[in-house]
Each structure stands twice: as C-alpha cells, then as structure tokens.
Design a protein around this ligand. Structure first.
Ligand code: NAD
Length: 260
C-alpha cells in the first residue's frame, strides 16, 4: 500500500533514521536520506538502498540547523520524486551537563536540530500532503518526551517540545488525511549510544556489560536495548491503513521505562 510513495527521513545517515529509510524502501517507498558524515560512506549507503530495494534514493545534505535548507530539502524531494507523503523528523544530537554549566551553543544546537528542524520540515511538507489528502508525519521523540533525566536539560526540553508540536499539528490536519505521531524509544543500540560506553567504563570503573546493565538500561525494566528494526517497524506500521486513526499520539517503545 506504500509502494511508490515518497518518504523524507532526516538524520538518516546512521542509526534509527537509516533503519527507517531502509524499512520504508523495503515497502517500495522512494526515500530521501539526510544527515552528516563521510561523503563516500553516504554515497555507499544511498546506492545500497537503491540496489537492495529497487527504489529511488536521493541524498539531501540539508543542515538541520538551517530552516531554509530544510525547506529546500522538502522542495527538492517534491520536485525530484513527485511528492513528500511520509516525513520522519529524526535528526538528533545529545549533550550531557549540569544546567549551570550547560554550554549555550549546545543548548541552541539541540533545540534547533531536535525540535525546530521538525517545525521547518512539517511547515514545508504539510501543503503538499493537504493537496493530496494523505500524509504521515512521524517524529522520533524519546522516552525523554515523557520523563526527564538529570543533566539532559536541552534534550529533554526539545523532546517534550516535540510532543507538543506533534499534538498541535495533529489537531490542525486531522481532517486532511494526515496523521502526526511521535515515537518515543527507550535506549536503542545506535552509534549515539555506543559512543558513550568507553568514557562511562573509564569514569565508573565498570566493564562494558556493567555499563550497559547498571547505567544505560537501569531505567529499562526489560534490561534489553530496543532494536533499530523495532523502531523502524513501528514507523512503517504508523503509515498503514490500520493505523489511520492513530494521530496526536505520543507512543513509547521503551521496554517499560515510562511505566514506572
Ligand atoms: P545517530 O547519531 O545514529 O543518528 C543521528 C542522525 O542525525 C545522523 O544521521 C546524523 O548525521 C544526523 N544529524 C546530526 N546533526 C545533524 C544536522 N545538523 N543536520 C543534519 N543531520 C544531522 O543517533 P540515533 O540514536 O539513531 O538517533 C536518532 C534519533 O532518535 C534522535 O532524534 C535521537 O534523539 C532519537 N532517540 C535515540 C535513542 C537511542 O537510544 N539511540 C533513544 C530515543 C530517541
């Protein structure tokens, strides 16, 4: 049912975004991937999506710090691939620091990339979706859209903000065949999480297994990471007809984290 549609997935050169892009491509969806990284690696990622799934895949270098570049990415997708039917606002960064020491430039960047970029992309994509009477907007939020952790003020503020944006836009477009939802993963094993392990091992004098279980997965009752495939599968489900009454929802996929 999704075959031939177009998806734009921000922050899809690695991790959850790349998983979503590949999951949509597996359904026959043409995709625009976006994100930072080595040019050669990005081209290999892009080409692999085309050869693995027989769809078109275009890379957009739009920087999620820049509203004009984001609008340009949506315009390019509509021009090159005919439409933007599915928009996954996924790009995100993290910085961990007590609030009184939190670098101002990190605060600004996290709010811009994790929150404002979704506003810019939604603003640009909604008119086309309304015209076609169909659209799916999925924001990758986080368990931190529902609960807080210390030292993550900007991230938690941005993710709570994404929840508010999700609900508001869902109400505005509810009669236009467009759904807007936020997926809220707990810890997912991605480069963003993997990168935190060596420093934490050193700082806490722990083994890798201890860091995973007693630090990262401390709040996650299943004591298992959520997989990229599980998050991507959730995103594909939200684009199905079965999910067409799910809108304005803030949806945890977090191994029980926010049940506590
Ligand atoms: P990741 O680091 O693997 O991917 C982040 C993506 O965002 C990359 O493609 C990166 O290039 C891109 N990006 C960063 N800054 C950018 C910019 N200025 N312009 C364009 N692209 C930019 O991380 P991930 O874990 O896959 O995270 C993806 C999303 O999932 C984020 O919004 C994150 O907050 C959220 N999330 C992750 C977890 C987790 O445990 N990994 C849990 C909950 C939510």
């Amino acid at each position: 049912m999704l075959k031939g549609k177009t998806a734009v997935v921000t922050g899809s050169t690695s991790g959850i975004g790349l998983g979503c892009a590949r999951a949509f491509a597996a359904e026959g969806v043409n995709v625009v991937i976006n994100g930072l990284g080595d040019a050669g690696e990005i081209e290999a990622t892009r080409a692999a999506i085309e050869t693995d799934f027989g769809v078109r895949c275009i890379y957009s270098p739009a920087n999620m710090l820049n509203g004009e570049e984001i609008a340009g990415m949506i315009e390019m997708a509509e021009k090159e691939l005919g439409s933007v039917d599915i928009l996954v606002n996924n790009a995100g960064i993290q910085h961990v620091s007590p609030v009184e020491d939190f670098p101002i430039n990190k605060w600004d960047a996290i709010i811009a990339i994790n929150l404002s970029s979704a506003f810019h992309a939604i603003r640009a994509a909604v008119p086309g979706m309304k015209k076609r009477g169909w659209g799916r907007i999925i924001n990758t939020a986080s368990a931190h859209a529902l609960v807080a952790s210390p030292y993550k003020s900007a991230y938690v503020a941005a993710k709570h903000g994404i929840a508010g944006l999700t609900k508001t836009v869902a109400l505005e477009v509810a009669e236009s065949g467009i759904t807007v939802n936020a997926i809220c993963p707990g810890y997912v094993w991605t480069p963003l999480v993997e990168a935190q392990i060596p420093d934490t091992m050193k700082a806490r004098n722990m083994t890798e297994e201890e860091v995973k279980r007693d630090v990262l997965l401390k709040a996650q009752p299943t004591k298992k990471f959520v997989s990229i495939e599980q998050v991507a599968g959730y995103a594909v489900f939200l684009c199905s007809d079965t999910a067409s009454s799910i809108t304005g929802s803030i949806l945890p996929i977090d191994g029980g984290w926010t049940a506590q």
